[in-house]
Ligand binder design. Structure first.
Ligand SMILES: C[S@@+](CC[C@H](N)C(=O)[O-])C[C@H]1O[C@@H](n2cnc3c(N)ncnc32)[C@H](O)[C@@H]1O
Length: 280
């Protein structure tokens, strides 16, 4: 793992890897399990993305950074029997997992190991293209979005969804300490504020009728917050690494536990869904 200088007296091991292919583990857990849990937590977001893409039988759909292939299989069921849903991911293990899950399902799903910056498809191949929670990690979001636009047919839709990590709001009293932990933890992600940039990026990529939707992400309980964001761990590590004075981090950890005992710790944030139509 690479280290990220945090500028507060220590170097934090990055919990999220920002480079393509570095995603075998996420928050210290195997990526396969992490993505399945995240898919449950973000089920409403995924449903909304599906609704916006409006897949119909015969459509050809692409999911860039498809991970375990969950969304591709869902799309494939909608575009069957004559259409096709394709998932690509730079991570070979993710593609192996997706292929294993699609085997025997009978739905028209295909998967390939490929980089978002160089999609192995001709221009205009797809009716719609989606990318969920990948652009936040990319060094070149513009390059990836341009590729999505290229492989989408004129009139087709391009949809990008990412969190905005500047919006996490945990229910704790020590605002200064919370702000310090959140900034340090989520700055490990290459583009932590990408959510608010997405509509502008889609317009700059030449898409028309760009729409933006903000979906709440409600993490009800420390288990849910830890599962998606590793927040409890972030507080502990902030104390260990000197991002926060140890006593202050321990006090924050105690307050999380107290909140949890007293009706439940809550943390919320947002996913931003931006979509547009390719002109022509
Ligand atoms: C947080 S996961 C999201 C996976 C999936 N979209 C989902 O919603 O479950 C991000 C995915 O993007 C993939 N990824 C990262 N950089 C990539 C790149 N340059 N090209 C293709 N995939 C990439 C990772 O391997 C990982 O599977």
């Amino acid at each position: 793992m690479t280290g990220t200088a945090n500028g507060r007296g220590g170097t934090a091991a990055a919990p999220w890897r920002g480079e393509p292919g570095d995603t075998d583990t996420l928050l210290g857990r195997p990526a396969v399990g992490y993505l399945d849990e995240a898919a449950e937590t973000l089920a409403a977001v995924k449903r909304e993305i599906l609704r916006k893409l409006a897949p119909e039988p015969g459509h050809r759909m692409l999911d860039v950074g498809c991970g375990n292939g969950t969304d591709v299989l869902e799309l494939a069921g909608r575009v069957a029997p004559s259409g096709e849903a394709v998932g690509v991911d730079v991570n070979e293990r993710a593609i192996e997992e997706a292929l294993a899950r699609s085997a025997g399902t009978g739905v028209p799903a295909a998967f390939a190991t490929a980089n978002a910056y160089a999609l192995p498809f001709p221009d205009g191949r797809f009716d719609a293209c989606r990318a969920e929670r990948i652009v936040q990690h990319l060094a070149d979001p513009v390059g990836a979005i341009s590729e999505m636009v290229r492989v989408t047919r004129p009139g087709g839709r391009v949809l990008v969804a990412d969190p905005d990590h500047g919006m996490w709001a945990p229910d704790l009293d020590d605002r200064e300490a919370v702000r310090t932990v959140l900034t340090w933890w989520f700055d490990n992600i290459r583009n932590p504020w990408i959510g608010r940039r997405l509509p502008g990026l889609l317009r700059a990529a030449g898409l028309a009728e760009v729409q933006v939707t903000m979906m709440p992400v409600v993490l009800d309980g420390i288990a849910a917050a830890d599962s998606l964001t590793g927040f409890g761990d972030a507080v502990r590590r902030a104390g260990e690494l000197g991002v926060l004075p140890g006593a202050r981090a321990r006090a924050l950890t105690r307050q999380i536990a107290a909140r949890e005992a007293d009706g439940g710790f809550l943390m919320f944030g947002a996913m931003i869904i931006a979509e547009g139509r390719k002109e022509g």
